[in-house]
Design a protein around this ligand. Structure first.
Ligand code: HEM
Length: 473
């Protein structure tokens, strides 16, 4: 009798365990199939090395292309220490970016977050982010550019070009221009020894963005932290001087003034907050715009028919104005082909190849569920270079923008509540730079150079060219 009972109990336990295992298996597999398909590669490192080695070449596309072909335009991978949902789909990207704060939130690597500072716009959330984003937009909108910023953009671009002769590294020169422009727009400071020293510190800060954020292990990161300290000290000093000036009734029209003006409102900013905010604005506008300037020139050099058409547009404007007269808003508005070149450069080079987000709740996308806490990468690059989104997508063809000036698939400045507040400013800076560059110089590459995409988009040798004054203007 006892043996019988023992036997039944054993059978019961075995069946129960078997049922639990089956339920767990079904739960795990259904849960798995609800995540976008993909491969998470090797333990811990995932597919990070495949991604980095692809992006270090001139043609990183196969990394995405092969996965899109195998799994579809939304797939799962494992990069930089985390399982990541990768979207190469325009509609999904728009959905993710539009739902910032509701379903997703921005997510920067630790190194960038530490170096831009916790009060930077990039890291702000919720109502404070909305308020500060719109404050930034209001400082860089078309009316402000037209009435205040344009004159300095024109002046500072020319000033820089005055010293160009013979062999130059275009990327370095362009960086100098955009740093000086940003400093003028934020703080009303004209180029001087102080600003050049600050720029050098800044370059060290930016070099730390793509390091493991552990000072003990990385010399570059340690150096970046120290440089950040010097940058913030310098900006604190400027801020203190400006507060004193304001008390004496001196008014300036720049971003710092806008921040100090909003000081009297419902939120009062601490000096540390203002400085972090300025640090992040300098970061956001400096490298992006200068790299786009350089790559526009590279693409034009490689496409003589586009360069000829661009030159014609700008020579016509210059001929009407005479040699030394500054450009005005109406001139900027009469550069239709330049806008095609700017769009095409942004599309093809994708300075910001995509942005990271984190799901703050379970999110249903297409037939999948992205679990709460998952990292998501919206690849702007994959959409811009997707053959079904743009005809001959991997070729520089500015004329495509003559037919369609707008495209839902074209998002070089992101989208949703975090859309780049400097998008119009960047366009104006690029257009004015191209105007002065093509009307004043002819040039040729000094040596072979090529595009690479890791850690950021740039040319490997900073694009060395030989410039010569043109006689026409
Ligand atoms: C060609 C030049 C530029 C490109 C391609 C570019 C691209 C972008 C992109 C894609 C984002 C979205 C990031 C995200 O969604 O997380 C962004 C954000 C931002 N950009 Fe730009 N940008 C450029 C120039 C500028 C300039 C000149 C400024 C100066 C005002 C600027 C300021 C910012 C700021 C402050 C943010 C953060 C916005 C936020 O998180 O709310 N950018 N930019």
């Amino acid at each position: 009798m006892v043996t019988m009972e023992l036997f039944s109990l054993t059978i019961f336990i075995t069946i129960s365990l078997f049922t639990i295992v089956i339920i767990l298996y079904i739960f795990r597999t259904t849960n798995k199939t609800r995540m976008p398909p993909g491969s998470t590669g090797f333990p811990v490192i995932g597919e990070t090395f495949q991604l980095i080695s692809a992006y270090k070449t001139e043609n990183p596309e196969p990394f995405i292309d092969t996965r899109v072909l195998k799994y579809g335009s939304v797939f799962t991978t494992h990069v930089f220490g985390e399982r990541t949902v990768f979207s190469a789909d325009a509609e999904t990207n728009r959905f993710i970016l539009q739902n910032e704060g509701r379903l997703f939130e921005s997510s920067y690597p630790g190194s960038i977050a530490n170096l831009v500072g916790k009060h930077s716009l990039l890291l702000m959330r919720g109502s404070l982010h909305r308020r500060m984003h719109s404050l930034t937009m209001s400082f860089a909108n078309s009316t402000i550019i037209k009435d205040h910023l344009l004159v300095d953009i024109d002046r500072l671009v020319r000033l820089n070009l005055d010293s160009w002769n013979g062999r130059i590294l275009l990327m370095e020169e362009a960086k100098k221009i955009t740093f000086e422009l940003t400093l003028k727009q934020l703080l009303s400071i004209d180029p001087c020894e102080w600003s050049e020293n600050l720029r050098k510190e800044y370059m060290l800060v930016i070099e730390g963005f793509f390091c493991i954020p552990l000072p003990f292990f990385s010399f570059t990161y340690r150096r970046a932290i120290q440089a950040r300290k010097r940058v913030t000290e310098a900006l604190h000093l400027v801020l203190r001087e400006r507060r004193v000036e304001r008390e004496r009734g001196v008014k300036k029209k720049d971003m710092l003034a806008a921040l100090l003006d909003s000081d009297g409102g419902d939120v009062k900013f601490h000096d540390d907050e203002i400085v972090d905010f300025l640090v992040s604005l300098l970061v956001a506008g400096y490298d992006t715009t200068s790299t786009t300037m350089t790559l526009a020139v590279k693409f034009l050099t490689d496409t003589p028919s586009a360069l000829a058409q661009l030159k014609e547009e700008h020579d016509t404007i210059r001929a009407k104005k005479g040699t030394t007269v500054a450009l005005e808003w109406d001139d900027y508005k009469s550069m239709p082909f330049t806008q095609c070149v700017v769009n095409e450069t942004l599309r093809l080079s994708n300075i910001i190849s995509g942005v990271f987000r984190r799901a703050i709740t379970d999110v249903k996308i297409k037939d999948y569920t992205i679990p709460k806490g998952s990292k998501v990468f919206t690849s702007l690059r994959a959409v811009h270079l997707g053959q079904h989104n743009f005809e001959h997508a991997r070729v520089f063809h500015p004329w495509r923008w003559q037919k369609t000036s707008e495209s839902m698939d074209f998002m070089p400045f992101g989208g949703g509540p975090r859309r780049c507040p400097g998008y119009e400013l960047a366009r104006v800076e690029l257009s004015l730079f191209l105007h002065h560059f093509v009307t004043r110089f002819s040039w040729k590459p000094a040596e072979e150079d090529k595009l690479v995409f890791f850690p950021t988009t740039r040319t490997q040798k900073r694009y060395p060219i030989i410039v010569e004054q043109r006689n026409v203007v």
